[in-house]
Design a protein around this ligand. Structure first.
Ligand code: SAM
Length: 264
């Protein structure tokens, strides 16, 4: 087994064989989409590539462990992942600010994040990820008078004052821009660095303190920055040594902030 809280340099399709069976609580997989001109993204059949990943991940996940797989809208079309993992939801990460992509089709305005578990989910911390209701009062009153879909009876719909389930269209988390404070460098915009808030929602929902999170395409270490703050352990794989250096600096900075706050 590999050491924890470390990013290993190399090809994740090889390195994953070093991980023990049933040892990982959560996998965040933001790997190739098969659409950009980056050398590592030149995958001719992204669906077959993703099916192979799903097979490999199913061995290392604990029963009930979760996988969030990023991709374009068709990234898991026409493949049978059911022998390996259970698909619970296709989450739409809605990005209204995407540039137009031609005049003869609708602009694609979202990334897909496929949320799988190995059997029934063992962890889903809904209270940790609630979002504000944002329901207009009038609509809310009308909702309170509709019959229940479960039994047809009229009754008051209960609203949780702590907020609602974020649902499967995530339009509240914006893509990074070149003005974002957390952006490490401009070259990382769009194809590499993801917003911490996006990864944070998955980690809060699908893991607990002390759990082990695997990010097999770890880029500049967004997952690990969030893990450090939320007291999760991690293992990372990344092919680009420059990104690993950035990751290690990012983690060291967070550790220093945490040490400093202990002495305050
Ligand atoms: C979309 S980026 C991940 C970014 C990450 N979520 C972040 O916020 O920094 C995908 C990463 O996967 C890496 N990569 C691509 N193919 C790989 C492979 N076979 N093994 C390991 N890393 C790989 C790329 O170098 C790139 O940094």
């Amino acid at each position: 087994m590999l050491s924890i809280n470390k990013v290993y340099q190399g090809d994740s399709l090889q390195l994953i064989h070093e991980i023990d069976d049933n040892s990982i609580d959560l996998i965040i997989c933001d790997g190739p989409y098969g659409v950009t001109t980056n050398e590592w993204d030149k995958i001719t059949d992204i669906q077959t590539y993703n099916l192979n990943l799903i097979k490999l991940f199913s061995r290392v996940l604990k029963p009930g462990g979760a996988l969030y797989l990023f991709g374009k809208d068709d990234c898991i079309d026409f493949i049978d992942y059911r022998p390996y993992l259970q698909l619970n939801r296709k989450i739409i990460w809605y990005q209204p600010s995407r540039l137009a992509q031609g005049r003869m089709n609708y602009t694609n305005n979202y990334d897909l994040i496929a949320y799988f578990t190995k059997g029934k989910a063992k962890t889903f911390n809904l209270d940790a990820i609630r979002v504000p209701q944002l329901v207009e009062l009038e609509h809310r009153l009308r909702c309170e008078k509709v019959p229940s879909v479960l039994n047809g009876q009229y009754g008051k719909t209960k609203f949780n004052d702590e907020g609602k389930n974020p649902g499967d269209v995530w339009g509240d988390i914006k893509q990074l821009t070149y003005k974002s404070k957390e952006l490490i460098s401009r070259e990382l915009l769009n194809t590499i660095q993801k917003p911490e808030k996006l990864i944070e929602r998955m980690i809060k929902a699908s893991s607990n303190e002390g759990d082990l999170v695997l990010d097999p395409f770890s880029g500049v270490g967004t997952t690990f920055a969030v893990c450090k703050r939320l007291k999760r352990n991690f293992i990372g794989f990344e092919i680009n040594p420059d990104y690993i250096q950035i990751t290690n600096e990012r983690i060291r900075k967070i550790e220093m902030e945490q040490d400093y706050s202990l002495f305050q």
